[in-house]
Design a protein. Sequence first.
Length: 254
Amino acid sequence: MLYLQAPNSTDRSFQYGDGLFTTVRVKDGKAMLWDLHLERLVLGARRLLINEFDTNELTRKVQQSISAPDQVIKVLISRGQAGRGYSPQGIESPCCYISTAALPDYSDWQQQGIRLGVAQLKLAQQPALAGLKHNNRLEQVLIKAELAQSGFDEVVVQDQSGAVIEVSAANLMFCKEGQWFTAALDQAGVCGVMRQHLMAHLLVTEGNFGLVDLQQADALLICNALMGVVPVKEFAGQTKNIELVRQFVSGVEL
């Protein structure tokens, strides 16, 4: 794999969004949940038929990129560089771009909770890409533009069937009658690393749910690798139980 500072015009990610990425939280100089990030990159590359890469080398490069005790590291893997045309044939070496940024402050959200609305835009259903954090993120760009005009902190995103999938940049879980649930991501959405982490340590049931399930829920949370877990204090004009969220995740390192 080629490690580059910036893509040129022949890069497949620049041309077609042909690649995938992950966003890592650095805490106290450590890349948090790196094993899960790496696993997702490997599995995603395999599903996109991107050639294999040296995971040990990538891990070293990520460690070397850490420049502050707390920050964000983005790892983007492109299929590689090639001439025009969609065909991936003959492209042997993936390209990797590693960048850093300041860590956003989610402390107010984590402590006070957020107000959650509903997005008008609905995600396309595509099982071949479902779950992947691939580089084609135009749906999320449009959802973020909608969010900016909504007056809410975040918005629930559905797919074309009306199934609840996620929010604009995080996964979603809800509690009803003492049980926790989250969307199955076999048709759309991103399988987030924090979602995986929570589901490895806590009992969460995947399924197909609608807005009515969220309206009837006692508690909701959103989660991703950077924000950790954020409780929802209000959805569709209804107050939700923040304390249930704190109790649910109390034994998990975030």
